[in-house]
Design a protein. Structure first.
Length: 242
């Protein structure tokens, strides 16, 4: 408990007003306009309220081949190994191997706090992980990230028998797509799939927040920002949802 309290104190001490800047090792600020300066020496991560801007910029660097975060990881390994982690953004995403979070957002060691499940479904362990991130690590943003061509969502839409424990995944997705399935006769397969992925993103966010008084309070107090987005496995682009 003392270590958690100490971590909270450090997180609060290092919080900054949002100017969409990253804090360098010597305390100076670097604007998000310069990809190299934007990443090198970062110790405090993404400032509160700036995650969407920073993650969108990182995704653009990924798309255009100008990634900066992955050229200096040894320094971050040493730093986080000695001083611990202080991630800014917690992400619930799918286990799909085509969605490597640190790469598609051009983030480095210690920047993100991910939870990955098939179908990006919430569970009590995921909720507890996010609570720990906010309480003990200083996480200021939580995202649910879906992706196109999600096998778990597709299997739920098809409704075919599934082996082992896999039906539990479909069961967690079914409420998200129930209305779509009732009115699917006029939709193409592709349109239905895309709509189902978006519906599941929104539903899983509601599940996370609905199951945690701690996270709801953090949001109400202005300490937690919520983001939702969908990653396109064909193009590599992330589309943020309003």
């Amino acid at each position: 408990m003392q270590s958690i309290i100490r971590s909270i104190g450090l997180a609060l001490a290092s919080s900054t007003l949002c100017a969409c800047v990253n804090i360098s090792q010597n305390g100076s600020s670097k604007s998000t306009g310069n990809a190299a300066a934007n990443t090198v020496g970062r110790t405090d991560g993404i400032a509160p309220g700036c995650a969407r801007t920073e993650l969108a910029a990182g995704n653009q660097r990924f798309l255009k081949g100008g990634m900066a975060a992955h050229a200096w990881q040894q320094e971050k390994v040493v730093k986080t190994g000695e001083f611990g982690q202080s991630p800014s953004v917690a992400i619930l995403s799918c286990s799909d191997s085509r969605v490597p979070l640190e790469i598609i957002f051009d983030q480095g060691v210690g920047d993100l706090f991910p939870v990955r499940t098939a179908g990006f479904v919430n569970c009590v362990e995921a909720t507890g992980t996010f609570e720990y991130g906010v309480l003990a690590l200083g996480v200021n943003t939580m995202m649910v990230l879906g992706h196109t061509k999600c096998g778990a969502v597709n299997a739920t839409l098809e409704g075919k028998p599934l082996p082992g424990s896999i039906p539990m995944i479909a069961k967690a997705i079914q409420p998200a797509v129930a209305d779509l399935l009732k009115n699917k006769k006029d939709a193409t397969v592709n349109d239905l799939m895309n709509a189902a992925v978006e519906a599941n993103v929104r539903y899983q966010m509601k599940q996370v927040m609905g199951s945690s008084e701690m996270l709801r309070k953090a949001q109400a107090d202005g300490k937690l920002t919520l983001l939702m987005a969908i990653y396109d496995v064909d193009t590599g682009e992330v589309r943020f949802l309003d």
